[in-house]
Design a protein around this ligand. Structure first.
Ligand code: FES
Ligand code: MG
Length: 586
């Protein structure tokens, strides 16, 4: 076994004075000298659960099982708090705090006597934040999902997290339900502890953490209240102690090959459009270059196998019973679609060893490659005179969409529409139903000022509903373009995460309502159809007026974040991030 990192603090014969100082305060609540000076690895449980973080709150219970396992395996468990990130509760957006929680955990893992860490993941941004921190400090680490909530039900139908809200919003706008029923519907989708039961960003990122090899096989899909969840917490605690003894670190698990696997699995899961931002960010902290081009090249042609809302019909409990992530991995492997089956996982085995031969227990919930829900379920990487990179899920383009936007009878992949531009989500909500905007079924809704700088952290607002008069006519979605994000639980034809954003000199800043925008999927291009001279004129006018206006920062962290954040296409990481790789690897 390599020398434990914690020995530098607690058992350093070259520096008896500091050793005494480090030791004394950890003794004051009952830990003994024998324990702290033995060769027991000190394992942090990075605790994301709290009363403020309901999605992850069940980790407070699960940590008891993990602690018992760490003790059983011969380690010492120290539970340490992580800055809370609650997707639904945090203003202006939980995305702002992904980098804050990551920074905090980097300091914790680097600056304290910690030999290994259990990352308690769950709600959307907790997974990337914790994996980014573990990647940076590179101490042995294993992730433990809190698990999805049980299936929600309303009037005999599955009610999925987020998805039910998008439907209810439309019903509310159309006058079919009132605010009271909206609330009842929303609450019906959240029947137990755990995170969103749809394949939103939480289920996506927890599943991808398993595919990356950072969780034990089968961990991601177990619903939070199930007995298997507590048992998994125990096995995870046993395993981290062994990982410290084997010196199995994140950099050996989260390799380029592992990220390639995760991109492919994301397509098969119908994973969230937030996944490229988060995976590109985690990779960056391992000095692996991962780009939106990689997402298109590796992920676009992969079929959708997981029949889970919002792309499909079922929810988390169904996914678990059908075999969860291992059944999806096994099916892609059987069809020869998984690029790197030999990638190493936290249990020391390869992805192939962990998952080969597992068959879906329900062929409707997890489809075969021969019978998928959709072909080409991954993302395209688009560019043009409005932005350098944005992603689009083409699988949501249906026949009605083609009829309404097709601009060239000889080309089924070229669309055009009239842009209607909104400066941020507040303006959208105030004006969407204003008839003066003349929004019809051939319009494209554009949201700008919603990127990492414009709306600090990047608003999850590009899934814009049509005006209520169109909904009443049966038009339930319009295509959207934006420099913000879209909730992983919604599913309209959207061009998202446009980088650079309007507030960072991106072309969306000079788009005007009434401009024609052309989307040419064959050439991966999105362009506003106006002459270059006119574009240059508009840009000059904007610059003379002082550039695109974003609201003032409300907190110190918002300003620090804005001063150093990189675009969505680069993972929304802090400019300083790669330098953290120079941290001495202890
Ligand atoms: Fe926390 Fe969806 S809101 S997981
Ligand atoms: Mg979300």
């Amino acid at each position: 076994m390599t020398k434990l990192r914690s020995r530098e603090w607690f058992n350093n014969p070259d520096d008896p004075e500091m050793t005494a100082l480090y030791l004394e305060r950890y003794l004051n609540y009952g830990l003994t000298l024998e324990e702290l000076r033995s060769d027991k690895p000190i394992i942090a449980i990075a605790q994301t659960g709290s009363d403020l973080s309901p999605c992850n709150r069940h980790h407070l219970e699960l940590a008891q099982r993990t602690r018992e396992a760490i003790r059983t395996a011969g380690g010492i468990a120290l539970e340490v708090p992580v800055h809370p990130i609650q997707e639904t509760g945090k203003r202006p957006t939980a995305m702002l705090d992904r980098n804050l929680a990551y920074l905090g955990l980097v300091e914790t893992l680097f600056g304290y006597p910690i030999d290994g860490v259990v990352l308690t993941i769950g709600c959307d941004k907790t997974t990337p934040a914790l994996l980014m921190a573990a990647a940076t400090v590179n101490v042995p680490a294993i992730a433990l999902s809190v698990g999805p909530m049980l299936n929600g039900w309303y009037k005999g139908e599955r009610a999925g997290s987020g998805s039910v809200i998008w439907q209810a919003r439309q019903q509310l706008a159309a006058g079919e339900i009132d605010a009271e029923e909206f609330l009842v519907l929303a609450a019906s989708s959240a029947p137990s502890v755990g995170y969103c039961n749809t394949m939103g960003t939480a289920s996506t990122m927890n599943s991808l953490a398993e595919v990356l090899g950072m969780q034990l096989p089968g961990c991601a899909a177990i619903p939070a209240p199930y007995r298997e969840r507590g048992q998994m917490a125990y096995y995870t605690g046993l395993r981290i102690v062994e990982m410290v003894r084997e010196d199995l670190r994140p950099s050996k698990i989260m390799t380029r090959e592992a990220f390639e696997n995760a991109i492919v699995i994301n397509s098969a899961l119908g994973g969230s459009t937030n996944a490229p931002i988060h995976l590109n960010a985690i990779a960056r902290h391992l000095c692996i270059e991962l780009t939106n081009e990689d997402w298109e090249r590796l992920g676009h042609a992969i079929p959708l196998l997981a029949n889970i809302q919002p792309s499909g019909q079922y929810l988390g409990e169904d996914f678990f019973r059908a075999g969860g992530v291992p059944a999806v991995v096994a099916e892609l492997m059987r069809a020869g679609l998984l690029p790197n089956p030999d990638a190493i996982c936290a249990n020391g085995k390869t992805l192939a060893q962990n998952n080969s031969g597992i068959e879906a227990a329900d062929a409707d919930v997890i489809r075969s490659v021969e019978n998928p829900l959709l072909q080409d379920a991954g993302f395209l990487n688009l560019k043009g005179n409005l932005f350098d990179s944005a992603i689009m899920k083409t699988s949501v383009i249906g026949d009605a969409f083609r009829r309404r936007y097709l601009c060239d009878p000889n080309d089924p992949n070229a669309f055009e529409g009239r842009a209607v531009v909104f400066d941020g989500p507040e303006v959208f909500h105030e004006t969407i139903d204003d008839p003066n905007l003349e929004i019809d079924e051939n319009c494209i809704l554009v949201m700008r000022g919603a990127g990492p700088i414009g709306y600090p952290g990047g608003a999850e607002v590009v899934n814009m509903r049509p005006p209520s008069y169109l909904i009443k006519q049966g038009i339930h979605s319009l295509p959207c373009i934006g420099d913000g994000r879209q909730s992983g639980t919604s599913g309209s034809a959207s061009i998202l995460n446009a980088s650079p954003e309007a507030a960072d000199g991106g072309g969306l800043a000079i788009l005007q309502t009434g401009d024609r925008v052309r989307v040419d999927l064959n050439n991966r291009a999105v362009n506003v159809l106006i002459a270059d001279e006119e574009l240059a004129d508009r840009r000059r006018t904007l610059e003379n007026a002082g550039g695109f206006k974003a609201p003032a920062s409300q907190t110190p962290w918002q300003q620090m974040f804005r001063d150093s954040v990189q675009p969505f296409s680069e993972g929304m990481v802090l400019r300083q991030a790669p330098k953290f790789q120079d941290i001495e690897r202890k």
